[in-house]
Ligand binder design. Structure first.
Ligand code: 13P
Length: 273
């Protein structure tokens, strides 16, 4: 459908990346989802990470969601929901589907008490994301099993395995876009597109038009952050000039540009009036 767009969900890793992504969202007038891996939550501690997010998003006048990415740990899910996150991905794909369904239903009940949203997953997405996941090809469940899971759990968003993978693709992925259409037609809920880094604008736009309304980007943001850092430090060494604020500005500009570029591709630019 022509009017659909994807809300970008960026994995942020610290204050600088939060600030840069929010600056891109404000400039592009785009809604945005900031995702935290379990590793990032544990690195800061839930309370400190939330305080940083809250301080940096207070003046932001576009819709911002704080989401926990791929979390198999019910304790971390509960802690984040109680601590201010308004969306969680309960990733129980390693459990059998019946047990995953039972626990995801409980997570949905818990999230509703906070007015929060739940993304569900029954198939591992290939590739390791901040220590979670596996490089083995993911196993797809049947359409019937996936639809039954979505309807019975009452989740708000579903993360299907469609040949997508976390990290850079080693070859152009063959994506099962029909599965997205079938799932959206059968359930009416949006899909989350994982493994966004390395997909082409055409692939993004096709999947978004089929109902991938949440589009995840992690590796691309981390790479632009780290590569901009390396580039700046090489220059600093050559010039023998060591000014941290210029370094931070250079890093933030790179992260912001990467975020803004994805907003434009996903059609989210201009959607937050
Ligand atoms: P990429 O690292 O491939 O962008 O994937 C991000 C993602 O899906 C986070 O869950």
């Amino acid at each position: 459908m022509a009017d659909r767009y994807g809300v970008p969900a960026f994995n942020i890793v610290n204050d600088l990346t939060i600030k840069a992504v929010l600056a891109a969202a404000v400039e592009e007038r785009s809604p945005v989802i900031l995702q935290t891996s379990v590793k990032t939550v544990k690195m800061y501690g839930r309370a400190q990470l939330f305080e940083i997010f809250a301080a940096l998003s207070r003046e932001v006048d576009v819709p911002v969601t704080l989401h926990v990415d791929h979390c198999p740990d019910r304790g971390v899910i509960s802690d984040c929901l109680a601590g201010g996150w308004n969306s969680v991905l309960f990733d129980a794909h390693e459990l059998d589907v019946a047990e995953n369904l039972r626990q995801t239903t409980e997570v949905v009940d818990e999230a509703r008490r906070y007015g929060a949203h739940v993304e569900g997953e029954i198939e591992g997405i290939q590739g390791v994301e901040d220590g979670v996941g596996s490089d083995d090809a993911s196993v797809q469940q049947s359409l019937e099993v996936a639809v039954d899971f979505i309807k019975r759990t009452g989740i708000d968003c579903f993360a299907p395995a469609i040949g997508n993978a976390h990290g850079q693709y080693k070859a152009t992925p063959a994506l099962d876009h029909q599965r997205v259409t079938d799932l959206v037609d059968a359930t009416g809920i949006p899909m989350a597109l994982h493994g966004g880094t390395g997909l082409s604008a055409e692939q993004f736009q096709d999947l978004i038009s089929r109902g991938c309304a949440k589009v995840n980007i992690s590796t691309a943001l981390k790479e632009s952050y780290m590569k901009a850092s390396l580039e700046f430090l090489k220059g600093a060494e050559t010039r023998d000039s060591w000014d941290p604020p210029s370094f931070f500005r250079h890093q933030a500009d790179a992260v912001k540009a990467t975020a803004a570029e994805h907003m434009r591709i996903f059609g989210s630019t201009g959607r937050a009036s």
